[in-house]
Structures are given as structure tokens and as C-alpha cells.
Design a protein around this ligand. Sequence first.
Ligand SMILES: O=C(O)CCC(=O)C(=O)O
Length: 319
Amino acid sequence: MISVMLTPNEERKAMSGLGIMREVTENERKNFHRDGAVHLKGVLGSEWNDILEEGLEYSQSNPDGMSAGVDMPLRIDQFPASHSPMLAKLMAESPVAEIVGSVMQVPVRFYMDQMFYKPAGEISQSAWHQDTCYYNVEGHQLVRAWICADPAPREVSLEVVRGSHLWNITYRPPVGMDPESDPEAAHQLEEDFASGKVLIGKEAHEQWTYFDSFMDPSLPSLPEIDRYRDSFEILGWDYSPGDVILFHGNILHSARGGSMLPHPRRAHASLWAGPDVRYIRRRSQSIPDPIALYEEKPRDGQPLSDFPNVFPIVWEPAL
Ligand SMILES: O=C(O)CCC(=O)C(=O)O
């Protein structure tokens, strides 16, 4: 028998046969790098939307230790693809990795995913924040892919501060306990950090909240973007199922709330990493590391390529 070695790209295509609906254009690629975000219209076929919808409904009905806001107007699950079969399929087989890779033009690894489930009625806001300071990673080649199972007009879809991915600033994530409220615990945290400990342990995967960590007092507070909206250049889009919004891991972004929708707004966001992405313990970490990474005992500064079993290359540019 002859065995044929498939590249990561060929493997993904062979698995599903449901490829990208159209190529990403050169202009779209440029816009992403200039603005820090791009709205790619009509790149995913409707089969993928059915898979997304089924995968999100499964996660919604099966909360686990990484679910935040169960039965609340904003439900956020971390790593839902680790237990929702259809979200796992979406991450392993859909063109999302190819879309990220075509914009980045570098080999791509999957880092983690999240679900943002907002029921019908008054849609709640997702506050302004940057993403990567929640995680123990840093690098310029960190990209989020945001997709939604429902039509999401601009009033409820993503908004970004144009170009803020290049500000070279890390703001304090707006979650966690104030260290001044518990100086003893805050001191312990400093000691743990200095001794090289990962601040959020593996056990957090069993039971975790956004408020188990401390806000990092060494980071500046976020600007009051909603209060001074006119001072910022804000980009936003009307989203239709089949579109993908890509945004840079360091860009300031939010989703507006307050509008009424007759249907839910069920979104999924995945985080993808290129070659410059490294492991770095952060005091502002609020989301646990991917569970398989704990076994690897990562050290600060190690590139994700040091952990090929946890983060295999899932897409690479054609030669
Ligand atoms: O979908 C939302 O409401 C927020 C999404 C978000 O903040 C993210 O993907 O980082």
C-alpha cells in the first residue's frame, strides 16, 4: 500500500470537502494589517453556519467549569470546542484557519476559542477590552476570527478602535479582583509570580470565574471609549452569517448592547497564532492556559512551536 503524506492544508480540505466560498483579496489583507480588523463578507458556506449553530447550542445546554454567566444575558464559555463536537469539527475542518492564514501569510496554530451567547431580547454589551492580555501569550501574529450564527446588525456586532493594534500598549483587562481589597492575597500573588508559578492552575478548568484573578495594578486602565466615542475612530459592521470578522489580538474592541433583537446573537471567536507568538506568564492572566499545555511546563519566552503536540500547524502558505 502506498501512503501519501498530506500537508496540513490538504488534510483540512480532505476532512470536510466544504471549502472557502471565495478567496481573501489583497485589499482585504492590507486593510487588516492597516486597521487591525477586517470584515470578510460571504467566505463561509451555509453548511458551516448549521454546524456553528448546532455547536453553540450544544455548549449553551452543556455548561462546564469554564462557562461564565450561565442563564445570564451574556454567557461566555472558554474552550467550547474542547467538548462541543460540532465546534470541534468547525475548528478542525472549516476554512477559518485558511482565512486567518491567507490574511497573515504565515503558518497558523490554533490557540483557543470562546462562545459569546446573548439570548433574544435586549442584547447585552461586551465591554471594551484587548484580548491577548487575558492569556499567557504575546506576539504580533495573534488573530481572532469572530463568526455569528445569526444576523448581527452593527448595533450588536463587533466594533474596534481602528489602528489600536499598533499602539504598543497593554491595558488592564476589566475583570478580576482589586488587589487593594485584599493586600495579603495580592502580596502572595507577587511572590508566586516571582517564583515562576503559573497564576491560574490546571484545576481552574474544573471550576473558574473571571474574578479568580487580580487586576494588574502595573497596567494602565482602559480609556473611556463609550464616554468619548467621538475622540476615537471606531469601525463596525453589519454582520450576516457566512461572514468572518478578523481582528488583531491587541486591538481595542467591544460589542454594543442595549438594542432589542427578536432572535439570539450567538457568536464564536477563535484565537490563532503565527510564528512570533510566545508563551509569557502575565499578572493580568484571567483565562487558564489550554489544558494540555500544563503538562509541558512552559517557560516564559518559549515559542508555541516548542509545543507541537498542543499547537500543531493547521494551515501554512503555499510555497
Ligand atoms: O461577541 C462579543 O460580544 C464579544 C466578542 C469579544 O470580545 C471577543 O471575541 O474577544
